[in-house]
Design a protein around this ligand. Structure first.
Ligand code: CA
Ligand code: CA
Ligand code: CA
Ligand code: CA
Length: 461
């Protein structure tokens, strides 16, 4: 991660031009500036505390280097949706399970509102704006009260205000409930702890406190908060099932100690750690994804170690245990994504901060990986995976900062990619793969914080 070039006096809007929230290491900072941007000084301190780099194994010293073959893209049509002031997060919902997005929700930070947009199926949207009396910086859909997909609710978090806002939808009438936390939330997710499909439970990590909070839902929207002390720098997590019961389990990154902690859920908000202290990674573990890399039916993990120039692969044994290996990659790996780029095996893709390359770790279906480097424009900062070509195998979408472009990297089904480029006037953020119409090809949704709008990149099916 590079040092920010802005002055500390920079306005919120200037910060908003940062296209994607950069890695958010644990921090205590109280200012608006550091709320919108990682706590650089603390990150450096944590990096020093984190100690020496662990050994890397299974390094492929001669990865195939991919050369782009095209520089234009005529496959997408852009549709802009004007929203409130400084939209900084979004989520989508498909309420009738036809794969087509029905609802969008946007956190408008400076408007102090959450905006719900209803899609008519033809790229027309009607909007409901909900005042939240805070500056929301995260937002997600969640069924809080068991109303089902037709009355989906939302949760917003406002880092500047330390507020969590529950927005409950009762037949189109929304009510809000606010909760206050003294510590900053890093990651927020809505989950189903016991796998019964009832109203969502909430999970939050608090890096500075080293805590995980579990907000257990009684099924009707009453939340009971259980706090689990975890580790300094508890940050990103993935919720999945790592053993044989139906209860949701967690893998949580501990930034300061560069470990991943495995928490096996009891379905009621309690967790048992296995093994105590977790597994050691390399420095700066930043992002984590779950997939089944060796096709044995057990969930596995991949973790990007931002300061350790590696991706850790943890193969699950189906009983909550993992076998760990570390794959060396180019510097500063940030955001991991998973896709079947060959149409068959789960593979990993990751961007590298301030470089002009992506790494694809092409899975062989047995837990082994071949490293592919994909040339892109300078400083790729956000990735999405989808089938943009409609051939049944995964493709990549990468946003690149310096030239304000996106690369569409169409997989050839055997691990090769063809690059085409889309240009932007302003740097967009947070690409989401989503479908806005029927057809084999996926569309994309982007956030433009500095332009107060969303952009749908509609694929020409
Ligand atoms: Ca739908
Ligand atoms: Ca489980
Ligand atoms: Ca597996
Ligand atoms: Ca494809």
């Amino acid at each position: 991660m590079r040092q920010p070039t802005h002055t500390p006096q920079a306005t919120a809007r200037l910060w908003a031009r940062t296209p994607q929230p950069r890695p958010l290491p644990p921090h205590n900072a109280r200012s608006r500036r550091s709320a919108a941007r990682p706590g650089w000084a603390l990150l450096a301190a944590l990096a020093l505390l984190a100690g020496s780099l662990g050994a890397c194994t299974d390094y492929n010293p001669n990865p195939d280097e991919f050369k782009p073959t095209a520089t234009t893209n005529a496959d997408f049509t852009a549709h802009d949706i004007v929203v409130g002031d400084l939209p900084s997060a979004l989520d989508v919902a498909d309420t009738n399970s036809d794969d087509i997005v029905d609802l969008l929700v946007v956190a408008n930070t400076l408007s102090r509102s959450v905006q719900v947009l209803t899609h008519d199926g033809a790229l027309n949207f009607s909007s409901t704006t909900l005042a939240v009396n805070a500056e929301p910086s995260k937002v997600l859909f969640a069924d809080l009260d068991g109303g089902g997909a037709g009355q989906i609710d939302a949760v917003a978090y406002a880092v500047n205000d330390r507020k969590l806002v529950l927005l409950t939808n009762d037949g189109g009438t929304w009510s809000t409930q606010t909760m206050f936390f003294t510590d900053i939330v890093h990651s927020l997710a809505a989950v189903d702890l016991n796998g019964d499909g009832s109203a969502a439970d909430l999970l939050l990590t608090f890096p500075s406190a080293g805590n995980l909070s579990v907000m257990v839902n009684d099924g009707a929207g009453a939340l009971t908060t259980l706090t689990t002390a975890l580790c300094d720098g508890a940050s990103a997590f993935v919720a999945d099932n790592f053993d044989t019961d139906a209860n949701l389990d967690l893998a949580v990154l501990c930034y300061a100690g560069h470990t991943v902690r495995i928490l096996l859920g009891d379905g009621a908000g309690g967790f048992t750690e296995q093994p105590a202290g977790g597994y050691t990674l390399n420095e700066g573990p930043l992002s984590i994804v779950a997939a089944d890399f060796n096709a044995d039916g057990n969930r596995d993990l991949a973790i990007a170690n931002n300061l350790g120039a590696s991706v850790s692969i943890l193969l699950g044994d189906g009983a909550g245990g993992f076998t760990v290996s570390h794959l060396s990659v180019s510097g500063r790996p940030e955001w991991l994504t998973v896709g079947r780029f060959d149409g068959v095996n789960e593979s990993v893709a990751v961007n590298h901060d301030a470089q002009n390359v992506l790494t694809v770790l092409l899975g062989d279906g047995t837990g082994g990986f071949t490293t592919r480097l994909l040339n892109v424009s300078e400083d790729p900062y956000a990735l999405a995976v989808g089938d943009f070509s409609g051939d049944g195998s995964a493709d990549l979408f990468s946003l690149e900062l310096v030239d304000r472009v996106a690369s569409v990297l169409a997989g050839d089904g055997s691990g090769g990619f063809t690059r085409s480029v889309i240009g932007f006037d302003e740097t967009p953020a947070q690409p989401r793969t989503a479908k806005f119409s029927a057809g084999a090809k996926d569309d994309l949704l982007l956030l433009h914080p500095s332009l107060d709008r969303l952009t749908i990149l509609q694929n020409r099916n």
